[in-house]
Design a protein around this ligand. Structure first.
Ligand SMILES: *Cc1c(COP(=O)(O)O)cnc(C)c1O
Length: 379
């Protein structure tokens, strides 16, 4: 099997599994209990916050564990609106956000929010001038993702953060695809809130965090016990948190080396496809791009057919975003960068990880050439 869907999820790293196991069987105490067994769990959570805070240039008490990227995005947006709606009801986001942000914005619109969805250019880059023009006296929040999950484009986060800060507007970024892949510094980029998820970087599924700057007092999201300082109640997912920490540690340690290696695989695969398959179109920015992201449109070819034929060869890839596959709607991201619905349906995303090899890239390129020829001949 050749796994090329690391943007959908990753294999849990052996270090993460190993770190988690004792917290199921041995140190299973409730982190809120005062006896020794409980304090072992509590210590593990405190240590995980220190590790993660350090990886972002944040402080441990600014890290709140959640059940993943979707919850973190929901919390950031809903609580920001809930907390600051008296100040204003205008939110600015982009047209290429993950559905965890976009569908939350749609929900907030029903609650009375007004949302501006920024355009992106043909590379998927947010228009910073349009952002400046969109700011109103009642704008309370800007939410723009760090890196796009479909086309890999990296946004000018520091510039966006500076603009938001100048206007005293909260800035949230969905960094689920970026965290652990590229360096992030929340202070340098004026980020007030940041979402991340464990399973995208070699951690377990169902655990993530929301960074909330200590300067921001958001309302609680999940009401209940006093966990996470009362802002996100519920018994801590200690094994998940420990697994996330191990994965984050590993990702930070390997980051430079991994990014270099995966970028080399990416650029090789891109150049082979461009050389050997006529009329393909690379989606996303050529250089301001996640190390592992390859996304192409193949004119006259159905993405779903390619996926099925790749699967028969043991190759796992995705067409558009995983959340939309299974439905025939073309990806909102590909439409936003100006693709026709037909071309958007003929797109293929391959996201690489450190376990992939150059040999696999050769196999994938060869199979793709065959598959595209076959589909074109049949039609
Ligand atoms: C995967 C993903 C999410 C959702 O994270 P979960 O932990 O799966 O809920 C949110 N945003 C982006 C950009 C993602 O890639």
């Amino acid at each position: 099997m050749i796994y090329l869907d690391h943007a959908a999820t990753t294999r849990t790293a052996p270090e993460a599994v190993e770190a988690m196991l004792p917290y199921f069987t041995e140190y299973y105490g409730n982190a809120g209990s005062i006896y020794g067994l409980g304090s072992a769990s509590k210590k593990a959570v405190i240590r995980a916050k220190q590790t993660i805070a350090q990886s972002l240039g944040a402080e441990p008490n600014e890290i709140y564990f959640t059940a993943g990227g979707t919850e973190s995005d929901n919390w950031a947006l809903k609580a920001a609106y809930d907390t600051f709606r008296d100040k204003g009801k205008h939110i600015i986001t982009s047209k290429i956000e993950h559905h965890a942000v976009l569908h939350t914005c749609e929900y907030l619109e029903k609650q009375g929010a007004e949302v501006t969805y920024l355009d992106v250019d043909e590379d998927g880059m947010v228009d910073v001038e349009q952002l400046k023009r969109s700011i109103r006296p009642d704008t309370i929040l800007v939410s723009v993702m760090y890196a796009n999950n479909e086309i890999g484009t990296l946004q000018p986060i520091k510039e966006i953060g500076e603009i938001a800060a100048e206007h005293d507007i909260l800035f949230h970024t969905d960094a689920v695809q970026a965290y652990g892949q590229i360096p992030i510094d929340v202070a340098d980029c004026h980020i007030d809130m940041l979402s991340a998820s464990g399973h995208k970087l070699g951690g377990p599924k169902g655990v993530g965090f929301l960074y909330i700057s200590k300067n921001v007092r958001l309302r609680s999201f999940i009401h209940g016990g006093r966990q996470e300082r009362g802002r996100r109640a519920g018994t801590e997912n200690v094994p998940g948190i420990v697994g996330f920490e191990a994965a984050a540690n590993r990702a930070m340690r390997m980051m430079e080396e991994k990014a270099e290696y995966v970028t080399r695989l990416r650029d090789y695969l891109i150049s082979r496809i461009e050389q050997e398959i006529p009329q393909v179109k690379l989606n996303g920015h050529r250089s301001m791009r996640l190390p592992g992201n390859v996304n192409f449109s193949f004119p006259g070819v159905e993405g779903e057919s390619m996926l099925i034929m790749l699967d028969m060869k043991g190759i796992c890839a995705s067409s558009g975003s995983a959340c939309t596959s299974g439905s025939i709607d073309p990806s909102h991201v590909l439409l936003a960068i100006g693709l026709s619905p037909e071309l958007a349906r003929g797109s293929l995303r391959m996201t690489l990880g450190e376990d992939n090899t150059m040999e696999e890239m050769d196999i994938v390129a060869k199979e793709l050439v065959r598959i595209v020829e076959k589909i074109v001949k049949q039609s």
